[in-house]
Design a binder for this molecule. Structure first.
Ligand code: COA
Ligand code: NAD
Length: 724
């Protein structure tokens, strides 16, 4: 904290790099600074600003679990600012988030740089703004706008803040000087009208109706997450009670959230996501120390579902792109789709932000000839999931592209090493597994092969960051991390159907758990034919099956042909208008239970001598989730991922796992490893032909070691890995 005087104005500077988080030390210094300014007769006004062009990103999240935090709270410091007899002006540059914005709300005036962003993102870490922000913000900008900001945690740009009345002025430069000038101008003016705690909450003609509608919407979106609803309750308090009582309610609700497992889960994910680029790979590859290669230009091959989204992401990140298709007809279709996506993205550009210029010279070129890729720094291949086709393309790329170019594949499951073997530069080949829709989904699995160079991995990690995505580095195996863990989950869902469940019952249980979409709805959305083609390729179904293979067994383990039988009937999911559900038309989105499926399942069970049984929600949930988690333990033991946090970041960013449950491995740790083990043993005994339910050796070892906390799992593996 630095304090200096500028004439009659004291400048109090928040200083705690990199984001000026309001640690206990910073809070104490802020309080001291305010008291000094108040006591010094030569000081007539104060400006609060942040060091290094950042106002403050709010409370220090690491301190929430510290008992010391209880000692000095931010709320009283904000009250102290507001009650100052001298005007206090906030000079906001960079971010004013959470407690940072609450400090600014305590100030009598607020000036922000045009590029500044403001928000109350506590909800995203399972909390609510607890320094009186839920009571002051609605008084300043009205209940609807405040409710939206507080329950979503959205960061708003200065232009929007100005429109809402959150700030008094937006300036293009010299924010602190502008704040000092304003402070000088308002010396001696009455402060009462500037104290938000004394302002009435702006009335709405239909406040009660507005609030009950908002609550219904909120509950639907929250899917079991507590924080949005408690944020809502805190804001509602300001419409029902005076300021002081509202503040008491805010503190009470904050206490409930702080002690909840959900806040811990969300804060764990906050740090896990930020640490992704730092952690070592389990194999010890030293990519963190390697320098990334610059990516000035890129190319995407294949403009289907994935390619068009990847092109859009690159263009949005202002990387010039060459987009390539196999022939003129596919190119025209791809071009139309890409342009439509970019138009839509350009329309979303925030007020005050630079326009998305994708028509300028060299920004985006379309081609059918691989020779157009000779000079690009990175190529991302997104053609059909066909090993021979991919190898052929990589063979050509290794001839055409400049020697340093990175060659990436967007394959969902195929071996990176086999693809790399088609090139003369396997050290430059890796997987960049984007998720659909690629311009929206934040996850990219970055898969290194046996020969991939550390600098190639570092480049892909840097590229993911440039695209505003979370890149998670993982090893090479069939399905990598995300899809490999998904297979047993989906398999259990289908087995449950065989045994007597209904698709809608299974989906409901997993959606109640918090998944955005249950396994059957998800399969319909992704297209059942995708997995079918892959299983045919693996010889699990179709003509290539060895004679005499039992119908419900493959390679000595339980196998359900149900998804294959649906595909044989053309039931490919949403795209065909029918799959596990019935849709209003091909491409329709509204899933309805299909009586056809019900009678089909009855015949199927009869034909295979299966007596259907009633299966409760607990078994549905446990079998699906524990099979997925069990695979996660196997993946970690094999060194495919560097830690459980990697798996959790993958699942919460790419597979719709509810964030407030922290990810599958965090969830396992909250269930308790002995419980996970016991349940897997129980289900495995009941279904000995389902190896995915057989507890992984490492899970057993961890339990034998006394179930250490998740943060210690990998060091335990280090001690015992060789014995597994
Ligand atoms: N408390 C503690 N550490 C914080 C923090 C906070 N409120 N906000 C950011 N950090 C740390 C990050 O963990 C990261 O640390 P690392 O370098 O050791 O990984 C570092 O500050 C930089 O943050 P990062 O998110 O990587 O930078 P960015 O420029 O991409 O984003 C912010 C900056 C401020 C937008 C982002 O960090 C953020 O959203 N912070 C949290 C805001 C929040 O929720 N505040 C309410 C707290 S109750
Ligand atoms: P898609 O069928 O929608 O598109 C593939 C495109 O590649 C088509 O437009 C086709 O014309 C083009 N293509 C084929 N051969 C080509 C060639 N020789 N040169 C140039 N273009 C060629 O497929 P998709 O769903 O976008 O999948 C692409 C890749 O991404 C696959 O490897 C897939 O496994 C993977 N993937 C898909 C998803 C998904 O949800 N669809 C998710 C993650 C990864």
């Amino acid at each position: 904290m630095a304090q200096q005087a500028s004439g009659t104005v004291a400048v109090i500077r928040l200083c705690n790099p990199p984001v000026n988080a309001l640690s206990l030390t910073v809070l104490q210094a802020l309080e001291d600074g305010l008291r000094r300014a108040e006591a010094d007769p030569s000081v007539k006004a104060a400006v609060i600003c942040g060091e290094n062009g950042q106002f403050s990103a709010g409370a220090d999240i690491r301190e929430f679990s510290s008992p010391r935090r209880q000692g000095l709270a931010l709320g009283p410091v904000v009250s102290l600012i507001e009650s100052s007899r001298k005007p206090v002006v906030a000079a906001i540059e960079g971010f004013a988030l959470g407690g940072g914005l609450e400090v600014a709300l305590g100030c009598h005036y607020r000036i922000a740089h045009v590029k500044a962003r403001m928000g109350l993102p506590e909800v995203t870490i399972g909390l609510l703004p607890a320094a009186e922000g839920t009571q002051r913000l609605p008084r300043l900008i009205g209940v609807p706008a405040a409710l939206e900001m507080i329950t979503t945690g959205r960061h708003i740009p200065a232009a929007e803040a100005l429109k809402l009345g959150l700030i008094d002025e937006a300036v293009e430069e010299n924010t602190v000087e502008a704040a000092i000038d304003l402070a000088k101008k308002v010396i001696g003016q009455p402060l009462g009208p500037r104290r938000l705690s004394q302002k009435p909450v702006p009335k709405l003609p239909n406040m009660e109706a507005f609030l009950s509608d908002a609550l219904v919407k909120l509950k639907k979106q929250a899917r079991g997450c507590l924080a949005p609803e408690l944020c809502f309750q805190a804001v509602r308090a300001c419409t029902q009670q005076p300021f002081a009582a509202g503040v008491r309610r805010e503190r009470e609700l904050f206490g409930v959230l702080l002690g909840s497992g959900q806040a811990q889960a969300l804060q764990y994910l906050f740090f896990a996501e930020r640490a992704m680029h730092r952690w070592a790979t389990a194999t010890g590859a030293s990519w963190q120390r390697a320098a990334p290669q610059p990516v000035r230009t890129a190319a995407v091959i294949g403009l289907g579902t994935m390619g068009r989204g990847i092109v859009t992401s690159l263009v949005k990140a202002r990387i010039p792109v060459v987009a390539l298709e196999q022939d003129g007809e596919c190119l025209s279709a791809g071009r139309r789709a890409v342009m439509a996506l970019l138009e839509r993205e350009a329309a979303k550009t925030e007020q005050g932000a630079p326009a998305l210029d994708f028509r300028g010279p060299g920004r985006l070129r379309f081609a059918v000839d691989l020779a157009a890729l000779a000079d690009v720094d990175v190529v991302i291949e997104a053609v059909f999931e066909d090993m021979q086709l991919k190898k052929e393309i990589f063979r050509k790329l290794s001839k055409v592209c400049k020697p340093g170019a990175l060659l990436c594949t967007n394959t969902s499951a195929l071996s990176i090493d086999e693809i790399a073997s088609a090139t003369s530069r396997p050290q430059q080949v890796l997987g960049t597994h984007f998720f659909s829709p690629a311009h929206v989904m934040r996850l990219v699995e970055i898969i290194y092969g046996w020969h991939t160079a550390p600098s190639a991995i570092a480049t892909a990690v840097q590229l993911a960051k440039t695209l505003h995505k979370v890149g998670v580095v993982v090893g090479n195996c069939f399905g990598f991390v995300g899809n490999r863990m998904m297979f047993p989950y989906l398999q259990q869902a289908v087995f449950l159907l065989e045994e007597g469940s209904r698709a809608e019952a299974v989906d409901q249980v997993l959606e109640d758990f918090g998944f955005k979409i249950g396994p059957f709805r998800m399969s319909d959305l992704a297209g059942l034919d995708v997995g079918w083609r892959s299983r045919k390729g693996q010889g699990l179904t179709g003509a290539s099956l060895p004679a005499g293979t039992p119908p419900r067994q493959r390679q000595g383990r339980r196998y359900s042909p149900l998804p294959d039988l649906l595909c044989e009937q053309g039931r490919f999911g949403q795209k065909a208008g029918r799959g596990w559900y019935l849709y209003e038309r091909a491409g329709g989105r509204v899933a309805r239970p299909d009586p056809w499926l019900h009678s089909f399942l009855c015949h199927y069970r009869d034909a295979h001598g299966i007596r259907p049984r009633a299966i409760g929600p607990e078994e549905i949930l446990e079998r699906c989730l524990l099979a997925l988690i069990n695979e996660g333990f196997a993946i970690l033991a094999e060194g495919i991922a560097a830690g459980p946090e990697h798996l959790d970041v993958i699942y919460t960013n790419g597979y719709g796992w509810p964030r407030h449950r922290g990810g599958p491995m965090f969830y396992a740790s909250t269930l308790g490893l002995p419980h996970v083990l016991a349940q897997l043993q129980k289900y495995s005994e009941a279904h000995p032909d389902s190896p995915e339910l057989r507890p992984s050796a490492w899970l057993q070892r961890l339990v034998a070691m006394g179930s250490p906390p998740l943060q210690e799992w990998m060091s335990c593996l280090g001690q015992h890995g060789s014995k597994l």
